[in-house]
Design a protein around this ligand. Structure first.
Ligand code: ARG
Length: 596
């Protein structure tokens, strides 16, 4: 089941379905609305019998059998479907095969025109529309002073791509929310430890705290071992929460240092986020809990205040036994704010699958309160998008040799440095300006990290491996970047003014490999639709990889471009390929390189 239905007028599949809908009505006029089953044809042993198929005949025959319709079997229904097709410039021919499949061959002329329009109108015309205006993607969301780990990196990468996909689909207001973990009892020990080291919070700068993770660990050790310190830590929480200036300031300094570290990651990845941390909702919690209480949802349980939800035997702890709030209390309040103040219609949370139950219970509590529609598919709605673990080559949770956890900035820098080293081995790069080498190494290195993550179904665990992701062969971003740069070089070599040939040239899809490339290109809208409606970026990655393979192994191998009689048409096909490739790169947050 898809998460959302999109309106996608540029989808070839949907356009064909419309044509077949007319024919189905004429074929079985007495049947109530028959949904046309049109899908792209899948290649068997590398061969495709047609471009699309309509698979209604079999099911339809089973339904109308014995109703005096005169059809002898499914193939006869298939034939009638073909005979009843209205005139359509999309279709070149149709035939019935096997038990009644209708094979559809698209018109080459129509396909070429669609590509010519793409070049003139731009790819934004191919974007689908969403049925909602305000969408929020809650992603990245690391915790202050705790580690920003590879799980947060996955959330950042997947979240950014989903946000980009929504932006492409013209959502009126897309909120990229960083729900920072900037509140909670851990601040008590951090502040108490900080005051022991720096009695004046103004003296606290980045170098003073230095490595925040080490700072966190040191205070934790004291908290666990020094009763006197523990007491002071607990008092610090109270003083912070009551808004005492000195404590507030110390908290701010700690947050600033952490945020500066997160920013380094976001800057490298070119990810934009709008922070509204847990602390922003602290004051709202009592109010929201009171509303829930009035609705009869909150009950007393072993000293805590809890909310039970349908089908789960453990409750949400809304207020802890000691009267304090927790992660759930904050989400109960922040969701209220999103729905009522920010008027978010679709709220997408991106975290590891381990938090599945937390969100399931949160949404169920809201449904119980009548604050979300009973039907999960109705808006406003909430969706939790889970992802699997990042594993090291040993198959265990990813860690580096030197430390228990991985500093994300170091990880990204290593990807870049390795790409730079590989780049410098190439002769062609010798006379490049330093800046271009840097930029290219960044685009390749960071792009490789992103793509290695996104190409997997997000629910699976994936193994982090630099050698694999930076390989220039196989399904890697580096391979895709090389292909992109190669097409750019073909365009440069031709010496033609592409704007001029766009205006005056035509695309002709005579050669079978030209046609295969053209078909794949015009399928972008329907693949994008599938990828977005299921929130699965890997579908888009697979499309991009196949596009690159078709271009490189079929078209470019068998169709000479520069200097051939078909040069103009083929250059236009190259340009269309670049347009679609660049859109895919853009959606995946990868910067394309123009020469390597
Ligand atoms: N800070 C949380 C973590 O590191 C993720 C927050 C996700 N967003 C939310 N609204 N709960 O696991």
């Amino acid at each position: 089941m898809a998460y959302i239905e999109l309106d996608c007028p540029a989808s070839v599949k949907k356009q064909l379905a419309k044509v077949f809908e007319v024919s189905l009505k004429a074929t079985v006029p007495d049947e109530p609305k028959v949904v046309p089953l049109v899908s792209p044809c899948v290649a068997k042993a590398g061969v495709k019998i047609s471009d699309y198929q309509c698979n209604n005949a079999m099911g339809l025959f089973a339904k109308i059998k014995g109703k005096q319709t005169g059809f002898k079997g499914p193939p006869a229904v298939g034939k009638a479907i073909v005979d009843n097709l209205p005139e359509s410039e999309m279709i070149e021919s149709c035939s019935v095969a096997g038990p009644g499949f209708v094979n559809i061959v698209l018109s080459k002329k129509w396909m070429a025109q669609r590509l010519e329009r793409l070049l003139i109108d731009g790819i934004d015309k191919w974007a689908p529309r969403l049925p909602v205006k305000v969408v929020m993607v809650d992603f990245s969301s690391p915790n202050i002073a705790k580690e920003m780990h590879v799980g947060h990196l996955r959330s950042t990468i997947i979240g950014d791509t989903i946000a980009r996909m929504l932006e492409f689909s013209c959502v009126e207001s897309l909120i990229r929310r960083n729900h920072l973990g900037d509140w909670g009892t851990q601040f008590g020990m951090l502040i108490a430890h900080l005051f022991d080291l720096y009695p004046n919070p103004d003296d606290v700068n980045e170098t003073a705290i230095g490595d925040l993770q080490a700072f966190y660990k040191a205070s934790k050790v004291r908290f666990d071992n020094e009763p006197e310190f523990k007491l002071r830590a607990q008092q610090s929480v109270v003083r912070l929460q009551s808004g005492e200036e000195k404590y507030r300031k110390a908290w701010e300094r700690i947050c600033d240092v952490s945020k500066a570290e997160f920013e380094k990651v976001y800057k490298r990845l070119r990810v934009r986020l709008e922070a509204m941390g847990e602390s922003c909702f602290n004051d709202l919690i009592p109010e929201v809990l009171e509303k829930l209480d009035k609705l009869g949802l909150v009950e007393e349980n072993d000293g805590a205040r809890v909310i039970f939800v349908e089908g789960v035997n453990i409750p949400i702890i809304a207020v802890k036994r000691d009267g304090g709030y927790n992660y759930s209390s904050t989400d109960l309040a922040s969701l209220w704010y999103r729905l009522n103040v920010e008027k978010v219609e679709w709220n997408i949370y991106i975290t590891d699958v381990g938090q599945w139950q937390h969100f399931d219970m949160l949404f169920k509590a809201y449904r119980r309160a009548g604050w979300l529609p009973k039907d999960e598919n109705e808006f406003p709605k909430c969706t939790h998008i889970g992802f699997g673990l990042v594993l090291g080559e040993d198959g265990k949770r990813f860690r580096t040799r030197s430390s228990e956890t991985v500093r994300l900035v170091d990880l990204l820098d290593e990807a870049k440095n390795r790409s730079k080293a590989a780049l410098l081995e190439r002769d062609a790069v010798k006379d490049w300006p330093e800046e271009e080498i840097e930029k290219t190494a960044e685009a390749i290195g960071y792009g490789a990290v992103k793509y290695a993550d996104l190409k997997n179904n997000r629910l699976t665990n994936y193994t982090f491996n630099f050698d694999q992701m930076l390989n220039d062969k196989g399904n890697t971003a580096v391979y895709l970047q090389y292909a992109h740069a190669r097409i750019c070089s073909i365009m440069r070599k031709s010496g033609k003014d592409i704007e001029e040939i766009k205006r005056n040239g035509n695309i002709v899809l005579e050669h079978e490999d030209e046609r295969a490339l053209g078909l794949h290109l015009i399928q972008f809208p329907e693949v994008f639709e599938e990828s977005l409606s299921n929130l699965l970026p890997n579908v888009l990655c697979e499309y991009l990889y196949n596009l690159t393979e078709i271009f490189t192994k079929k078209f470019y191998t068998n169709c000479q471009v520069v200097g051939s009689p078909e040069e103009t048409s083929r250059l236009l096909l190259c340009e269309a390929t670049l347009t679609v490739m660049r859109k895919c790169f853009d959606l995946l947050g990868i910067v394309p390189v123009h020469r390597i």
